[in-house]
Design a protein around this ligand. Structure first.
Ligand SMILES: [Zn+2]
Length: 213
């Protein structure tokens, strides 16, 4: 079990030789929320053993949130929907694209929407990596779940998402500043080590560095 903050579990879905890959499980009083699905079938086993470790089952999952449409975030969505029958939500610009890729119904969210789990999950739209790429902000935990909005270099420093993975890399770099509208201490993102100290400060440095280019 990897409970990084109270009720928030980071699931390491990487396999030998893979880049690191994360999904998240939120154990809320209102039900369990899963954020992103991973890519390989083994990801579902890992998510399931995390659920079991907190005494939960697939039927306790009440919401599936997707950060964006890329395959390593949605490939298991159809299977996960079948196992949980939970509603699936993403930003409204991303929802039709995910529906098309997975054949699963996805409800569209607006920037700023507050979802009633764990004291409120705020949708933070950060376009550029993809159209509707979104982060999910947990105000009670002061945690930002950032998906692919940031990456890390080999030394573990935060960097913008690499151009080859972006719809519009300039926009992706420019819009990282949207995270600074929120007060967070912890930053959890898909491809790299979670930042568990001074996260907002580190994002601010990244925004300033990117601006100087
Ligand atoms: Zn991506």
């Amino acid at each position: 079990m990897v409970e990084v903050l109270e009720g928030l579990h980071s699931i390491d879905l990487s396999e030998k030789g893979d880049h690191s890959l994360e999904s998240w499980v939120l154990n809320c009083p209102e039900g369990v929320v899963i954020i992103d699905t991973g890519m390989n079938p083994s990801a579902l086993d890992k998510i399931y053993s995390e659920l079991k470790s907190i005494g939960k089952d697939w039927s306790d999952v009440k919401l599936i949130l997707i950060t964006h449409k890329h395959r390593d975030h949605i490939a298991n969505l159809a299977k996960l929907k079948e196992l949980t029958d939970a509603p699936v939500k993403s930003h409204r610009l991303e929802a039709p694209l995910i529906e098309k890729a997975t054949d699963v119904k996805v409800e569209g969210l607006e920037d700023g929407t507050l979802l009633g789990f764990c004291g409120g999950i705020r949708v933070v739209h950060v376009p550029g990596h993809s159209e509707g790429n979104s982060c999910y902000y947990l105000s009670r935990l002061k945690a930002m779940i950032a998906g692919d909005t940031v990456f890390s270099d080999d030394e573990g420093n935060l960097i913008p998402p690499p151009e080859k993975y972006c719809l519009d890399v300039k926009m992706a770099m420019e819009e990282i500043k949207r995270l600074l509208d929120y007060d967070f201490k912890f930053l959890l993102y898909t491809h790299g080590k979670d930042v568990m100290e001074g996260a907002r400060e580190k994002v601010k440095e990244l925004v300033e560095k990117t601006r100087l280019r």
